[in-house]
Design a protein around this ligand. Sequence first.
Ligand SMILES: C[S@@+](CC[C@H](N)C(=O)[O-])C[C@H]1O[C@@H](n2cnc3c(N)ncnc32)[C@H](O)[C@@H]1O
Length: 371
Amino acid sequence: MLLSLIEPDMGRLAAQTAAEGKAPARRSGWAFDALLPYLMRDWTDTEELAAAKTLIGIALQKIIPDPTAKSLVVAGCGAAGLIARLPPTFGKIMGFDLTLPILGAARHLLDGKPLDVPLPRAIHGNGRISLHPSEPPAEGIRPVIAAMDMFDTAFADGTVDCVITSFLLDLIPQPSRLAAEIHRILSDGGIWINYGPSGPLKALWRFDNAECAGFFATAGFTPIHADSHRTTYLDLSQDIPSWSSRSHICYLTAARKTARQQETARPSPPAEQAQFVKLIPRHNPSASLVRHQSLGTDRKLTMALRFERFPGKMERVGIGAQDFQILELVDGKRTVLDIADLLGQKPHNHATADIVSAFRQYFEQDLLLWA
Ligand SMILES: C[S@@+](CC[C@H](N)C(=O)[O-])C[C@H]1O[C@@H](n2cnc3c(N)ncnc32)[C@H](O)[C@@H]1O
């Protein structure tokens, strides 16, 4: 009955709201079915969970050798198998998630009670699978789990010592929003440990060790420990071979909270024209201007500025011929006015005002630095 309240039949709800001409009903959290594989991975003694526990355990021991007075929070904890295996020496251990049914199952299992989950016979011959805690919960330890939205948690600023995210960053649409919330709730010098696969190839951020370090630096964290191992991802082969996928690399990045980059905002360039033209523009250290001619019959020429504003995060901005000419003259010695003068002497005769306004845009977009 509880499950039917919190995991309503979305198909029926959608038909009902459509018939009433209302906006479609919105679900909170994920569908329980989508989390079944994670529930099984966590509570059927899989090697995959044991490997995650080992890698995260090594990082915790190295970074927080005395955790007795520290609080540890697992964000988007899902079925909470990891929570059951975290070192019980932490003063407080807590997990939260937005999918209530999975939290219900997690509570049951964390309390040491087995749970039978019905499954279609096409997936499992028995029509059900029995989940069970591998060991009784440690004496006196009862991890707290709660329903919370990770983008707007109930923790006060600076009150958590360590946050763990696992199999999460690569799956959510706005990882930087989560990073901002973790930054808010962590104490000064607090630790964030992220673990999981790197994510889709074309995603803006991938969470392998190099890119994750760049992501952390942007979000106001200093990476302090990285590890990776080849493992299986959702290996349920003991029970359901058809649901198993193999051979993924899982990355672990641990980082310490420092200042966010936005908090140390650079000053704006002077608005006053006479001052502005004396600025000496320079490229980002890793920048390069690239010309690319297509091999097709049109021999189309494209130009771009490539640079690595954040470590591990190569960016490419397409630019036009005039911008290319201007940026080519940026050498870290000439002023804006020197460059405008040089270009003014060229046959195309660029107007000084256009060049100055182009530089204003480059600075605003962080394409160029200046002295
Ligand atoms: C792929 S699962 C991973 C669960 C767990 N961390 C693990 O390693 O098995 C992602 C989890 O994020 C939870 N989640 C998604 N959006 C959330 C949100 N806005 N706030 C909290 N949890 C969320 C889902 O309910 C799900 O349990």
